[in-house]
Design a protein around this ligand. Sequence first.
Ligand SMILES: CC(C)(COP(=O)(O)OP(=O)(O)OC[C@H]1O[C@@H](n2cnc3c(N)ncnc32)[C@H](O)[C@@H]1OP(=O)(O)O)[C@@H](O)C(=O)NCCC(=O)NCCS
Length: 154
Amino acid sequence: MYRFKILKKWLIYRFAKIAPTSRIRINLLRKLGARIGRNAEVYEDIVVVNYTDLKHLIIEDNATISPGCMLILSSYHDQSCITNYKKPFKEKIRIKKGAYVGANVTIFPGITIGENSIIGACSLVNKNIPDNSLAYGIPVRIKKLYFKKQVACP
Ligand SMILES: CC(C)(COP(=O)(O)OP(=O)(O)OC[C@H]1O[C@@H](n2cnc3c(N)ncnc32)[C@H](O)[C@@H]1OP(=O)(O)O)[C@@H](O)C(=O)NCCC(=O)NCCS
């Protein structure tokens, strides 16, 4: 029974990666526990590590996740010797309202990306990004504070 549940989740996740529209992708990710707000966009080929931890993924209203992003929510390394000094863990990733994550970005566990912030393509996000900022690079660097005050989304 447990194996069947995991297989079902895996199939939903695999389909979410290749589904033809953002709306289908989002609905499938929600089925797996992700919290995704209104008017959010999730493009194809995102990788969530691990897909059984999707309840730790929060994508707020009007946020965009571009193609090929990798969202790392957890690490299970029970079989490895590193378990002696680093316990397996799960942490939330939160993409706040109106944030835009460019293509092929990797986001580490526990990270929050601020409201209306832009993360440039191919960045490695290993620290929290404040609201209204433009950031990119490996590791990510904040380049500027973009908006002086809150922008209104449609
Ligand atoms: C981050 C971004 C918005 C910056 O745009 P911008 O402010 O117009 O920046 P510019 O193009 O003027 O580039 C300024 C400098 O930053 C560098 N740069 C820009 N984006 C970068 C990135 N993602 N990673 C590393 N360096 C980057 C440029 O090479 C340039 O360097 P230089 O000054 O040495 O020439 C844009 O480059 C980007 O990554 N957009 C996301 C595109 C994407 O993922 N689309 C998916 C479609 S769904």
